[in-house]
Each structure stands twice: as C-alpha cells, then as structure tokens.
Design a protein around this ligand. Sequence first.
Ligand SMILES: [Zn+2]
Length: 142
Amino acid sequence: MQAYRKRAKRGFSLVELLAVVLVLAVLAAVAVPLYISQRKSAAGRACKANIAAIANAASAYALRNGAYPATGAAVWSSKLVGANEGLAKWPACPLGADYTCTTNADGSAEIACPNDGAHAGFGGAAGDWTVDLAKPGADSLP
Ligand SMILES: [Zn+2]
C-alpha cells in the first residue's frame, strides 16, 4: 500500500494526460476554424472600406477636374493621394494585391479588388468588391 502511494504522487497517469490532450484537441478543432473565418471576414470588410475610400477620393477628384484619372492604379494613386483628395496613402487589399482602377471610354470608372473570389462568403458575395462610378456630373442633373 505504501509503495502504491509513493508511485501515485509522482505525476499524472497516461490516461489523465490523454484526457487533457483530447480536451485541448477538441477546443482547438472548434477555435481554429472560427479564428480563420474571422480573419477572412475582417480582411473583406477592410477591403470594402479601402475601395470606398478610393471611390470617395476619385469622386472628389472628378468633381474638381471633370473626369476620373486615366486607367491604372499607379495613375490613380499619383492623382488621389495627397491633401486635395483626402487619401493619406494608397491602400492595398489585406489579402495582398493592388486594386484595379479602370476609366471607361464613356467617362464612368470601376474600382475592383483582384481577390474578389477569395473575399466572397466573408462579408459579402462575389462581385461586392467592385464599385462602379458613374460619369462625373451624370447623376447630378435632375
Ligand atoms: Zn480585397
């Protein structure tokens, strides 16, 4: 009896350790997918905010100049970053890509995230990370 008590004080049994490992595995199996999903959802929301900020700056630029900048993210960046239009710096998608900024021949424009498919399902549907801008002045007349 005394030998058993000495051995029992040495530490945990294998079954006890396995039970703890099992509980930790179950918790991780629940928490990790939730964490990944929340990160993707946050990236989608941040991307939409970036696109909205670019759209606002582009609208301010178009009001001042009568047209959107020429096609190309580099051109839009050079025209929209600064005190006049309100963008402190050119944003990038949290998933790592530059936005495509297209000015159409009819005067309208489009801002899109190339990661639209990756964002879909996390804060919106496919196509929600594209914003169409009407031709400047087209919607201001009654
Ligand atoms: Zn994005």
